[in-house]
Design a binder for this molecule. Structure first.
Ligand code: LLP
Length: 385
């Protein structure tokens, strides 16, 4: 394990920091390319929300993928990294006017629309530019993705998308608008999904909806199935590249497409998660009443997933060779939830050791905050350290 990290170089870098294994990122991207090249109508938009680090974005852009953005800031980040506007999709329940204008000015590929008032607003703004905005309706398919409830999005109780019961009235309304053009349907059922049956369920629901649209003589250009493919947080080295083969096969097998229809994917976590680790130094090893605490210089401000979602991240002491002991690994922030793991087995740990918190490439650096007036973590790269 230790061979994977350039520990001598790490010793000269101020901790905590994110370390990205760019060769693993490239390997992951190659695999996605290889699998999608089997299907000429598959298009991948990387979900920028997972990691908007410019260098990571640039490497992803080199593969030719598009970008899935959820804010004006993300559109700017994608454009800056060189993603062509015509490969950018823009989603989100609350798009502000300036963000919609940015999308219109840049001529992005598509707005994924989540409500009637938003549709009206895009129509009005597009009219003011003398343009027609391409839109996809984000439909809430009411499918349980069997993942953590904070990252489930496709149930009718969630705020996302247009409910199926409203679909017909939205389509009726759409016919009255002059500056929007319906080009697609958009779905997203949740994140960190490892059970392929959830995606099969999504395909079946999409087929029903397409059948319904067909009766209204509507055939859209593209079906966007969102993102959601999960990764192996328990054993990141055993499965460093997620199972993209099975993922894309599910859609190939179960999605019934009309001639010339495209399928769009918005993959985030599965692209960048395993290539990133948060490297942190042990400040103190403290004796508790019944346990030992390892206190790190990284905290929930650097990686909030364990505190926010009770998420598991594998933690390794990358500088100790001694026999393992059990510790609670905690950060320095003034919150009890600032804990990276309880009863973690680590090689005997002492002050000054370096720990790697693994699978932190997705929703890690991008969710960092400055709470407690902390510095934001810097990033370093395997091919440029
Ligand atoms: N498309 C839409 C519309 C989304 O809402 C998301 C993620 C994605 C694509 C990308 O999904 P992915 O392939 O990454 O699963 N912060 C949470 C995850 C929030 C996901 C939000 N939406 C976490 O750390 O687990």
């Amino acid at each position: 394990m230790k061979g994977v990290f350039p520990i001598d170089k790490f010793r000269n870098i101020e901790t905590p920091f994110y370390y990205y294994d760019t060769s693993l990122l490239r390997k992951t991207l190659d695999k996605i390319k290889q699998e999608t090249s089997l299907y000429s109508n598959y298009h991948v938009h990387y979900a920028v929300k997972a990691n908007a680090n410019n260098r990571i974005l640039s490497i992803i852009r080199e593969t030719g993928f598009g970008a899935d953005c959820v804010s004006g800031g993300e559109i700017k980040a994608a454009l800056e990294a060189g993603f062509p506007a015509h490969k950018i999709v823009f989603a989100g329940v609350g798009k502000a006017d300036w963000e919609i204008k940015l999308g219109l000015e840049s001529d992005i590929y598509c707005f994924n629309v989540e409500s009637v008032p938003e549709l009206d607003n895009i129509d009005a703004l597009a009219a003011s530019y003398g343009k027609t905005a391409s839109i996809a309706l984000r439909i809430n398919p009411n499918i349980d993705a069997h993942t953590h409830h904070y990252i489930t999005t496709g149930l009718s109780e969630n705020k996302f998308g247009i409910s199926l019961v409203h679909l017909d009235s939205v389509l009726d309304h759409l016919e009255t608008l002059k500056n929007v053009r319906l080009i697609g349907l958009h779905f997203h059922i949740g994140s960190q999904i490892t059970d392929m049956d959830s995606f099969k369920g999504l395909c079946i629901r999409i087929n029903e909806i397409q059948e319904h649209l067909y009766q209204r003589m509507i055939i859209v250009d593209s079906i966007n199935v969102g993102g959601g493919l999960g990764v192996n947080y328990e054993e990141p080295d055993k499965q460093s590249v997620p199972d993209f083969k099975s993922y894309f096969e599910v859609f190939h097998k179960h999605l019934k497409l009309r001639p010339k229809q495209e399928v769009h994917f918005e993959l985030g976590r599965s692209v960048v998660c395993q290539c990133g680790s948060l490297i942190t130094k042990v400040l103190y090893v403290k004796e508790g009443v019944n346990k030992k605490f390892v206190i790190t210089d990284a905290g929930m401000t650097d990686l909030i997933r364990p505190a926010l979602y009770q998420a598991y991240h594998k933690i390794e002491n990358i500088t100790s060779d001694q026999l393992p002991e059990e510790y609670d690994v905690v950060g320095p922030i003034c919150e009890s939830s600032d804990c990276f793991g309880k009863m973690v087995s680590l090689n005997k740990t002492q002050r000054g050791d370096l720990l790697a918190i693994r699978s932190a490439g997705a929703y890690g650096e991008i969710m960092a905050s400055q709470y407690n007036c902390r510095k934001l973590p810097k990033a370093y790269y395997q091919d440029k350290i």
